[in-house]
Design a protein around this ligand. Structure first.
Ligand SMILES: NC(=O)c1ccc[n+]([C@@H]2O[C@H](COP(=O)([O-])OP(=O)(O)OC[C@H]3O[C@@H](n4cnc5c(N)ncnc54)[C@H](O)[C@@H]3O)[C@@H](O)[C@H]2O)c1
Length: 120
C-alpha cells in the first residue's frame, strides 16, 4: 500500500509515546506509523498489544543515537516526519548520568534534522 505519509514516533513503547502511537495508528490508517524504540527499562510493547497487527504499524528496535541505522530507516521508509518522544525521562537517573541524557535529547534531534533537510 502507498501511504500518504510515513512517520517515525521515537519512544513509542514508553508512557506518552504508546498513547501517541495508538492515536496515530487508529486515526490515520493512510499514514504509516513506525515506532522506533530501544526498549530500555521504561519501554514495554505490551502497551501496544491492541494495535501490533495493524497494517499501518511497524515496530523497529533501535537506538535513536544510531545515526546510520536511523538514516537508513528514514530512506527505506521514505519518512517525512518524526515525533520525538524517546528520552531518559527519570530525574533521578539524569542526576546520576547526565551525559546519557544529553545524548538522548540533543544528538538525535540534530541528526534527524540533518536527514530530513537533505534534498530528496
Ligand atoms: N510523563 C510525563 O508526565 C511527561 C510530561 C511532560 C513531558 N514529558 C516528556 O515526554 C517524553 C516521553 O516521556 P515518557 O514519560 O513517555 O517517558 P518513558 O520513560 O515512559 O518512555 C521513554 C521511551 O523512550 C525509549 N528510549 C529511551 N532512550 C532511547 C534511545 N536512546 N533510543 C530509542 N528509544 C529510547 C524507552 O525505551 C521508552 O520506551 C520525555 O521527553 C518527557 O520528558 C513527559
Amino acid at each position: 500500500m502507498n501511504y500518504k505519509r510515513s512517520i517515525i514516533i521515537t519512544g513509542g513503547a514508553g508512557f506518552i509515546g504508546s498513547h501517541v502511537v495508538r492515536l496515530f495508528v487508529n486515526k490515520y490508517p493512510d499514514y504509516k506509523i513506525i515506532n522506533l524504540d530501544k526498549l530500555t527499562y521504561a519501554g514495554n510493547l505490551a502497551n501496544l498489544k491492541d494495535i501490533e497487527d495493524k497494517p499501518n504499524y511497524k515496530f523497529v528496535k533501535m537506538d535513536i543515537c544510531d545515526f546510520d541505522g536511523v538514516y537508513k530507516l528514514m530512506q527505506d521508509e521514505h519518512v517525512d516526519g518524526i515525533i520525538h518522544l524517546a528520552a531518559e525521562s527519570h530525574v533521578d537517573r539524569s542526576i546520576k548520568d547526565p551525559f546519557t541524557f544529553a545524548d538522548g535529547h540533543a544528538e538525535p534531534v540534530a541528526s534527524s534534522e540533518a536527514v530530513l533537510g537533505e534534498p530528496a
